[in-house]
Design a binder for this molecule. Structure first.
Ligand code: URA
Length: 233
């Protein structure tokens, strides 16, 4: 338990005096409720918002980002805009990193955290955490493609992919691909090996976490309690 004004000041964005003023102005909500005053005690992990924007009150931070096309999945880059650049200043200071990578032109679910062990759990090759992608392709998808995915595709350079699932949403160009691994450009290369180059790619889920349909590209939100629980956090 921590005093509300102290907790706000610990973000580095406000002094203790400014934090008290924010609370008195009614700009702060604790778990969606107006607090009684700056001295209210707040439990770790409670969502605290200032002007409707969540601030960080936990040791580890877990965010879901709807990655837009055109930004890279790195923490910093001298030329390119990164996924971290999409966050407000107080969150940029927390050493967050993306759990795995999406290509620059790929959209969709990207988890950002500073919990190294969690990233390891989700990415370790032996763990087979399933990722689901929505893809649009050139060419017509057919049962032979599905069978090849099920069998395990070998890419042009000899890389063997584990069996994967291809679900055809419409033969003319739309499918879902489920992978338990994450090789470089894997979805694009698997579909290209079937003569169906990808024209659009979006990640819909990673393990138990699904992209919130309410998040526009470029938007983010903290993971909810039940989502954290599904990750064992
Ligand atoms: N597979 C790809 O080809 N690209 C991504 O960004 C993710 C998976």
């Amino acid at each position: 338990m921590e005093r509300l004004d102290k907790l706000l000041a610990a973000t580095g964005r406000w002094s203790r005096k400014q934090a008290k003023a924010l609370v008195k102005q009614g700009r702060v909500l604790v778990a969606g409720q107006l607090p009684q005053g700056p001295e209210d005690k707040v439990e770790e992990g409670t969502t605290v918002t200032v002007d409707g924007r969540p601030i960080v009150t936990q040791r580890y931070v877990y965010l879901m980002l709807h990655k837009p096309a055109g930004v890279i999945s790195s923490t910093q880059d001298p030329r390119e805009k990164t996924v971290i650049d999409l966050l407000p200043r107080d969150l940029r200071r927390l050493d967050l990193f993306p759990v795995g990578r999406l290509d620059k032109d790929t959209e969709g679910l990207l988890l950002l955290t500073n919990d190294g062990p969690l990233a390891h759990e989700l990415l370790a090759p032996g763990k087979h955490v399933e990722k689901v992608y929505y893809a649009r392709v050139e060419g017509l998808l057919n049962q032979a493609d599905q069978a090849a995915f099920q069998e395990g595709i070998t890419l042009a350079d000899g890389t063997a992919c584990r069996p994967a699932k291809l679900e055809i949403l419409s033969p003319a160009h739309q499918c879902l691909v489920t992978l338990g691994e994450g090789k470089y450009h894997q979805v694009k290369r698997m579909l290209a090996s079937r003569g169906k180059p990808v024209t659009y790619l979006k990640r819909l889920s990673m393990g138990p976490i699904a992209l919130d349909p309410g998040l526009a590209p470029g938007a983010w939100r903290p993971l909810r309690q039940e989502e954290l629980a599904s990750l064992g956090r």
